[in-house]
Design a protein around this ligand. Structure first.
Ligand code: CTP
Ligand code: MG
Length: 383
């Protein structure tokens, strides 16, 4: 028994509006095409993968596909047609006669788990009919005309159709040979040709990426490409009791200041280190070294703003930052909310601050200085 998958990826992705074919758009640093292929090629008994490529991108699609396709699986590719159905008709010409089950899968449903492919194949073999994965409709569904809501539809009979849709190869070829009009999916084509179609449970992960929102949702669903970083900084309290304390870019009234090459803002500096290390961009010393006079006495905001720009340039967005101030002084509670607000607005992401003492131990316990530990979580931005 052998299975062929036709992976339709020849669309333009107009509704996504990425300025390139949807299949080439990245989620978590990997193209949708590759996400789809990686899951499809693990299908049991798969012998062939035929990809339909956006006109002008055939070679690029094949080069992206190759590393993901194991040697026992035949990889073919064709340039797609005007419509999804025409693309599939062209791909069908490439499907080997030895394939007994043909699956058609949207590359736009790039995160469909392999189990769904296997479930569809098993039911095609067991029934001899066409089989599609479906999920129930949980929302209340209305029929309306313009802004006028006319009635509530009984959703108990409604199902959302997904892909891969699977068919006995013979039925599928006959249906494509007899096409008279355009159908939005292959199940309706098979039914128009007089054959039954069954369903198996689909999967939420088989969602179709159509608009920008779907891309964000998909990125969250698969966990994105997140990285954490850690940073610490320690500064000594100044001998000068009149020196103001700057922590988290703002002044803390009534607290003694800290010494340092800059303004001694251990909180901002620890956060900068956490962010830079999460992005693999070195640390505060390698980016804003003591040899750079422009940072002498600089406020923490200068470092934070520049760090945010460096992260953005490297393709990262901040998810959140958490920092802990360690020492007897300053008293953090009265300033916590204000500092969190200021730092969150500078970094455009939630920054939370906690505080602790060391039970009187060491240089923090005898109020010689302040230490801060910060951790940052960042995520690669998708295009
Ligand atoms: N598809 C195809 N050939 C076409 C049109 C679509 O192979 N002529 C594929 C798409 O690449 C996609 C799937 O069919 O994987 C479902 O189509 P859709 O989600 O509509 O993708 P696009 O057509 O690329 O998007 P849009 O309609 O927004 O342009
Ligand atoms: Mg389309």
């Amino acid at each position: 028994m052998s299975v062929a998958v036709i992976l339709v990826a020849a669309g333009q992705g107009e509704r996504l509006g990425a300025g390139k074919p949807k299949a080439l758009v990245h989620v978590a640093g990997v193209t949708l095409l590759e996400h789809a292929i990686a899951r499809a090629v693990a299908t049991k008994n798969l012998s062939q993968l035929v990809i339909t490529a956006t006109p002008g991108f055939l070679e690029e699609f094949v080069e992206l596909a190759k590393p993901h396709v194991p040697s026992g699986i035949q990889l073919s590719a064709v340039q797609g047609g005007e419509t999804r159905q025409l693309s599939i008709a062209l791909a069908l010409g490439e499907v080997s006669n030895s394939a007994e089950v043909i699956l058609v899968h949207d590359a736009a449903r790039a995160f469909t788990p392999t189990e769904v492919f296997d479930r569809v194949v098993a039911e095609v073999l067991a029934s001899g009919f066409g089989v599609i994965p479906v999920i129930p409709v949980h929302d209340t569904v209305k029929r309306s005309e313009g802004s006028e809501v006319l009635e509530t539809i009984d959703r108990s009979e409604l199902r959302v159709a997904q892909t891969p849709q699977g068919f006995p190869a013979k039925l599928f070829r006959e249906a494509y040979a007899a096409i008279t009009k355009d159908h939005t999916d292959d199940a309706s084509l098979i039914q128009a040709n007089g054959h039954r179609v069954l369903s198996v449970p689909g999967d939420r992960m088989a969602m179709k990426v159509t608009t920008k929102d779907d891309l964000i949702l998909a990125s969250h669903l698969i966990g994105g490409q997140q990285r954490t970083g850690i940073g610490t900084d320690t500064h000594r309290f100044s001998e000068d009791s009149a020196k103001p304390l700057f922590l988290g870019t703002i002044e803390w009234p009534g607290e003694r200041g800290l010494d340092g090459h800059s303004d001694g803002d251990a909180l901002s500096h620890a956060i900068v280190d956490a962010l830079l290390s999460a992005a693999g961009l070195g640390d505060i010393g390698s980016n804003f070294g003591v040899d750079r006079p422009e940072f002498q006495g600089a406020n923490g905001q200068v470092f934070l703003t520049e760090t945010l720009a460096k992260l953005a340039e490297a393709g990262f967005a901040i998810i959140n930052v958490s920092a802990q101030i360690i020492g007897n002084r300053p008293k953090v509670a009265p300033m916590r909310e204000q500092v969190e607000q200021v730092l969150s607005s500078i970094l455009k992401a939630p920054v939370t601050i906690s505080a602790t003492t060391t039970d009187g131990l060491g240089f923090l316990g005898n109020t010689e200085g302040v230490a801060v530990v910060a951790s940052a979580l960042i995520q690669r931005k998708d295009e």
